[in-house]
Design a protein around this ligand. Structure first.
Ligand code: HEC
Length: 170
């Protein structure tokens, strides 16, 4: 993109932002950073899915987590899975009240019994946090292909020496 085009986009975004009030005005970069913090810190999705979301989580996790880099799910489906979990599997429900009523898969805990997805090992999430983590996956993870050295450094930081084990994507 030419410099002047880029500048006019930034100005347009800033104006759109100024016309909105407070919280509704999140810049895309901030939104991705917020979703990233939810993924790695608040919800520790990485515990099961791995830092690169390829399904290689921690040894102590329940295992068998999906490779999110390859998921075919749409944004709406991703939001549903994060809110509701996957019945009969280790994928937790991050909406605390998911099975108190029929909002998830039209089922309550009484309907699903032992197939009810578990509560998360870390924190439950608000609707806003759920959407942010899904938008982070859509923006930075899904369809990204092989893990590269640059992605490793971007997520884990310069000092992680094992990043050198990944091929450079440059
Ligand atoms: C306790 C372990 C665990 C945690 C924590 C966890 N997941 Fe999962 N997740 C799983 C497992 C296991 C599956 C595979 C379920 C299956 O076999 O269908 C899964 C599946 C998924 C899927 C469906 C992918 C597909 O293509 O079907 C999505 C999306 C997902 N997880 C996102 C997340 C996000 C985002 C977080 C954090 C907010 C998270 N998960 C936290 C274990 C976990």
């Amino acid at each position: 993109m030419r410099g002047s085009q880029l500048l006019s986009r930034i100005v347009a975004a800033a104006l759109a932002c100024a016309s909105m009030q407070g919280a509704a005005c999140a810049q895309p970069a901030d939104a991705a950073a917020f979703g990233k913090r939810v993924y790695h810190d608040k919800a520790v999705c990485s515990y099961c899915h791995g830092w690169a979301a390829d399904g290689a989580g921690e040894g102590q996790s329940s295992g068998g987590a999906a490779d999110l880099r390859m998921t075919p799910l749409t944004r709406a489906q991703l939001i549903e899975v994060v809110k509701c979990g996957v019945p009969g599997k280790a994928m937790p429900h991050f909406d605390e009240a998911a099975y108190g009523d029929k909002r998830c898969y039209n089922s309550t805990e009484a309907d699903l019994g032992t197939n009810t997805p578990p509560l998360p090992p870390g924190s439950v999430l608000s609707q806003r946090e759920i959407e942010a983590v899904v938008d982070y996956l859509l923006a930075k993870v899904i369809g990204r292909g092989l893990i590269t050295r640059e992605e490793c450094v971007e997520i884990l930081g310069e000092r992680v020496r094992s990043c050198a084990d990944y091929p450079s994507g440059k």
